[in-house]
Write a protein that binds this ligand. Sequence first.
Ligand code: SF4
Ligand code: SF4
Length: 666
Amino acid sequence: MQASRVSYWNVDSHLLMYPLALLVMLICAFGFFKIMRILKKGRPAGHFKALIKNRLRELLRGALLQERILEEPFPALIHFFIFWGFIALYIGTCLEAIHANWGIKILEGSFYLVFSLTLDLAGLFAMAAISLAMFRRYILRPKRLENKSDDFITLILIFMILLTGFIVEGFRMAVTELPVHPSWAVWSPVGLAFANFYRHLSFSLPLQQELHWYFWWFHMALAFAFIAYIPYSKLKHIFTSSANIALQEFNRKGSLPDEDLENSESFGITNIEDTNWKGLLELYACTECGRCQDRCPAFATGKPLNPKKIITQMRGNLEDKKNHLLGLKKDEYSKFLIGDFIKEDELWACTTCGACQEHCPVFIEHVKHIVGMRRSLVLMDSKFPNELKNMFKGMEVNGNPWAVGVEKRTEWMKDLELKTFSEGAKAEYLLWVGCAGSIDSRALSVTNALIKVLKAAKVDFAVLAGEERCCGEAAKRLGNEYLYQTLADANIEIFKKYGIKKIITPCPHCFNTFKNEYPSRGYEVEVRHHTEILDELLQKGALKVSKGIDTRMAYHDSCYLGRHNGIYGQPRKILETIPQARLTEAGRKKSESFCCGAGGGRMWMEEKLGTRINHARTRELLDTKADIIATACPYCLTMFTDGVKDIDAESKVQVKDIAEIIANAL
Ligand code: SF4
Ligand code: SF4
């Protein structure tokens, strides 16, 4: 006789579950339909040119294999077993219905036995995972998790579905399997444990049947409640976060979208519906896991910004306003996104470092929301921190945030005998020095060092001299899109005039803007950060490091070079070529690196609240006991030079750009 089970034993009325299931699915579908109607109130989003196969690949990696969730082992383990346990049990329930009611006999023989074992283990591991989740949430209480009633209901509901499933299985096995086919029963170890327990209690047959019937329907009621609850609770993330992962915009990493200044009447995100529908989907995709909060340098140093709250507060506004958006409420909506839900201070605290979005398991892009709201403040209301006034003016009038005139900007190159494009020079590369590299006294020494190295390696380059102006990066991140587009278009005109095809720059911010943002304004150029070029020259042997430096160095990953552009290896390889130099690493490095505090225009803003971000990071770097903090960004260089000075560590450590270190070792 083939192993099998008595399907729907003792529940003659089980067919009633089909109309009930239909009703529950309609309630669930209605909830999602409402969410989709809300999403449609957002602006149109991108062009979604990405191939379907790329979307499926991301869905597989992000949603099914849960790649980003796995970055943190403990929560990953919990999520993995709940997710896959539930999937296995759902498939099992469908197979049982097919076997019992559709006349397709699948659950027989050894397949049935393996099926029983798999489902029992899936349920058991899922219950263990939920117990761990509750232990973590309610006993360990990590700061990043807020305990709302929704979380409790979700966990209890899932736990009860699993528990009642085993209770029911135990009754069925105690009557139909254990007495007659004990060898089959061992393939359902958890059900068997329950069956043995009932046997131990000497339950009579009628009592077992009665209890089984009640628990069977209770189990079904819980399962139906679960399905109906999905779109109205955080459980909706099962679908919304998967959709968000699959529908990601595949834009260039590090880029922010351009604002359509010509055809729009309002700019940025003033009202929640100014977010595009993909942005609104992100709000529903957030699981409130708090990973973004944990990694935010602003939050960590006591600023009013919390990236998780930015998302949940935007969602709060959307939920509060949804009936107005859907036309279900006719009175005027009187609350403001910026003001009633999000405070201006939160928006200005962001360094756009990208640490939040780099580790968000459901691929939410916080920076575009934050900058979108900054755009509304700057372009619609002319509201921005006072100290930015001079910076914007300087960029507008003089083409640099320091507001220095052209004569001063070109002073650095007086005695260097450099080729300039304006004098008709032809060269393979434009060396884009950047505002800091031409004006800031500390960054000037990096420019000189880089020129020394490039000349030593016989790189064919020329400069723009007085024609170089700010790339516009900080203006864009501060929400002054008009200023950014003016500067970008002017630079592009110059690039076109001289037929610039390749650029070298020592500034990761200029690098990111040219590489990832100028293409949307019509100019694609091959842009290399100086660490990429130096690494290449060293590998080719065009540059030879002969002098040893007996020192310990800690390299700090700039956000715009590392996280936004994935350049982690080259700077380290360069430092490793120096004889006697020893490279050490800070606790947080590469994609986990901690911002220096200057990005997103913060370089030009005061930092009055909490600990200074540059002090926090300088201390981390000092903990490495390095003699040199190596940087590859003029912003980081300034922030750590100041940081070391402020905390009286000048006698312990020097702050140097990689170009300076290599120039010394030539
Ligand atoms: S935005 Fe992403 S990382 Fe932050 S809480 Fe939501 S899901 Fe988690
Ligand atoms: S970009 Fe950086 S500073 Fe801004 S919210 Fe994200 S983690 Fe915080």
